[in-house]
Design a protein around this ligand. Structure first.
Ligand SMILES: [Zn+2]
Length: 692
């Protein structure tokens, strides 16, 4: 069969791959992987780390590559055909992975090795791999009796249905509401672009005037700029009341049931609560630690937040005679105050951030810190002509990674920015063929029998496109986005582990944003900006006054923003940290959970939980805290760079040695302490945020 996905390849042969290749290749590779697993379970030898755990790690290599190509394309360069194939491929892969996790023979072998783990002389990385493989099964109920397994499957089925209904209700509620404006006066304060877009929305709906919806691109500008306070109130109440109307789209019972079933599921598996279950595989470890983490930040941030709130109230009073600041006033007066204090808009900054220069800037930062050299190459196949390809080499000229960068929006690319990979890093044992030694290039593999297979990493963004008269000029927000994604990419490119499932960004979830967020810090430093922030026409370096303003405006009303994030984290832990069976009234429960964190008066028509999709539909349950957690890590880690010099080689070597290259080979707290010499201290974040 002439299917390029079934043949060996190094970089992805994009130009040879047709959409029609995916389905047959993936289904054939699933079968191949099933055979590989059968070979493990039918092995007549006693289970060992090598013949079971490592063997399992080595299954499905080709399948993983084919699926990563497919799903990466579905995000970056999709079309109806690919989306249709995805509808078929996704359930196939789910079924395959379920079958594997329910494979009792396989689990028995892994369990046998797991029980002997302390007497096997395993390296720390091998311990992590064994633990990860074992827990994938045990956390899915592999150790339960048949009766309890049946119960667990029933709970899982109910949960997935409830989560789906929860999400459908939120979506239906979002789509149900519209604010139809026919009097131009009511548009006062709104930017021209927003007015145009909402006129178009109205047009599409066959209406006159302007239509605002609860979708973010419509809702957020309205709340930020619309002068009409009554209409802001109307929008805010509609936004906050999703799933809370005591009608067929109401989510109160769904929330209660989801929390209850999650708790039961955790108990069944032997955990005290859903949060205990989730946090077992997190750096934060336990609900108690998360709660004390949130409380410590709250104690420090609250006075600053209260002060900011009082100032904002005062400002609103002076400007418009507002007596009591309400939730629908927050964004509006914050924006007005920001304009007054900083008067710094994107248009002033953009000429200093030509994309070409920013890319060179981020490459220079990587060179100064980690000795990486990026060379654009044109002999690597790509999925779209806009994609750029680079060879990344170290100081000795050895290949570190292949790097793909895809910068501009186009139809078929989803919104946002992300990092992904086409091939993981791994170390492979190679059989040395005596006939090959001394072959044409005369090279004998350096480390006997181990090949370090380097990764292929990609970042995908949606930055402003160049035009005939202007190059691509980035907003400052886009600059930090590029540094952020490039930070993830460095985590992937510098990976240096044995096993692909512990390599690069395959780390605990509350640790994965450290490499990305830390790199953003360099964007605020004069030393970095001088490297690349030069005017695209005059070559003039960005004025210091702008740099100062960028820094100051970054912490504007940070206390209030912190309090808000903490309140969400606390609500999440309230729902998932203990037995929810006593909760009768969702709104009353929520008001109590918010007790310490609210600055604005409560709005009785509103309920956050009934549309809190992050934790009731998406994957953030018992995980919302991780936004702040990652900020604490990156601020504390960067503080060491600040102290020793932001391009200090020794600090950079430690960060590379203990964080960027290590993936998930060790407990992240251990890795962090090795790098930093101490546990993360929240003080650095509080200082950076101006809250101390
Ligand atoms: Zn990220």
């Amino acid at each position: 069969m002439n299917n390029p996905l079934l043949k060996p390849y190094n970089t992805v042969p994009f130009s040879k791959i047709e959409n029609a290749h995916f389905l047959p290749a993936i289904s054939q590779l699933i079968e191949k992987t099933r055979d590989e697993i059968d070979a493990i379970t039918s092995n007549t030898e006693k289970p060992t780390f090598k013949n079971t755990v490592e063997a399992l790690e080595n299954t499905g290599e080709q399948l993983d590559r084919a699926t990563s190509i497919f799903f990466n394309l579905n995000s970056a360069e999709t079309n109806d055909e690919i989306q249709k194939i995805a509808q078929e491929v996704s359930p196939m892969l789910t079924e395959f992975s379920n079958d594997m996790l329910l494979n009792e023979k396989l689990f028995e072998r892994i369990k046998t090795v797991y029980k002997q783990r302390d007497s096997l002389n395993l390296t720390e990385e091998q311990h992590m791999l064994l633990d990860k493989k074992y827990k994938a099964f045990s956390r899915n109920g592999a150790n339960l009796s048949e009766e309890k397994k049946t119960k667990l499957r029933k709970i899982d089925a109910e949960l997935s249905k409830l989560k789906l209904t929860f999400g459908e209700n939120v979506l239906a509620e979002t789509n149900k509401f519209e604010l139809h404006i026919t009097d131009e006066k009511d548009l006062s304060g709104l930017p021209e672009g927003v007015i145009e877009a909402t006129a178009q929305t109205a047009d599409e709906k066959g209406k006159d005037g302007w239509v605002f919806t609860l979708d973010y691109p419509s809702y957020v500008p309205f709340m930020t700029y619309a002068d009409n306070r009554e209409l802001r109130k109307k929008m805010a109440i509609a936004f906050g009341a999703k799933g809370f109307h005591n009608d067929e789209l109401d989510n109160q019972q769904n929330v209660l049931q989801i929390a209850t079933l999650r708790h039961k599921r955790a108990n069944l598996l032997g955990y005290e609560s859903h949060a205990h279950f989730v946090l077992e595989e997190r750096m934060a470890e336990t609900p108690e630690k998360v709660k004390s983490f949130l409380n410590e930040l709250l104690e420090k941030a609250k006075p600053a937040a209260q002060k900011e709130f009082d100032e904002l109230t005062q400002f609103a009073k002076e400007l418009d005679g507002i007596d009591r600041l309400e939730k629908w006033d927050g964004a509006y007066y914050s924006e007005k105050l920001k304009q007054k204090l900083f008067n710094l808009d994107d248009e002033k900054l953009k000429p200093y951030f030509e994309l070409k220069n920013v890319i060179n800037g981020v490459f220079t930062v990587a060179e100064k810190l980690y000795g990486l050299h990026f060379e654009e190459v044109h002999n690597i196949d790509k999925y779209h002509p806009d994609v750029k390809t680079y060879e990344v080499k170290d100081d000795e000229g050895e290949l570190v990674a292949i790097f793909y960068a895809d910068f501009h929006p186009r139809p078929g690319k989803r919104n946002g920015a992300w990092m992904t990979s086409y091939k993981p890093q791994r170390k492979i044992e190679v059989q040395i063929d005596p006939n090959q030694v001394g072959n044409s290039n005369g090279k004998i593999p350096a480390s006997a029998g181990i090949k370090n297979d380097r990764p292929h990493i990609s970042i995908v963004c949606n930055f402003t496109k160049p035009t005939a008269s202007k190059p691509s000029l980035l907003t400052f927000n886009e600059v930090t986005t590029l540094f952020h994604e490039f930070g993830h990419a460095l985590h992937g490119m510098l990976a240096n582990t044995h096993y692909p499932s512990l390599s690069g960004t395959s780390v605990y979830w509350d640790f994965v944003e450290l490499p990305s967020q830390i790199l953003e810090n360099w964007c605020y430093e004069k030393e970095t900006l001088e490297l690349f922030a030069t005017h695209y026409k005059t070559g003039e370096v960005i004025p210091m006054e702008y740099v100062e303003k960028i820094k100051d405006s970054a912490t504007f009303l940070e206390g209030m923003a912190t309090l808000r994030q903490l309140s969400f984290g606390m609500l999440d832990m309230a729902w998932h940290g203990s037995d929810p069976s006593g909760i009768k009234d969702v709104k009353a429960f929520e008001v109590a959970a918010f007790d310490d964190t609210q600055l604005y008066p409560d709005v009785k028509e509103n309920c956050m939980s009934t549309s809190f999709s992050h934790i009731f539909q998406g994957g953030y349950s018992a995980g919302y805290y991780s936004y702040k957690w990652a900020e604490v890590l990156d601020a504390d880690a960067f503080a060491l760079f600040k102290q020793e010099g932001i391009f200090n080689k020794k600090v950079a070597d430690r960060f590379k040695g203990f964080v960027l290259s290590q993936g998930g080979t060790m407990d992240p707290m251990e890795l962090y302490i090795k790098f930093r010499g101490q546990k993360p201290d929240p003080e650095a974040l509080l200082k950076r945020a101006g809250l101390l």
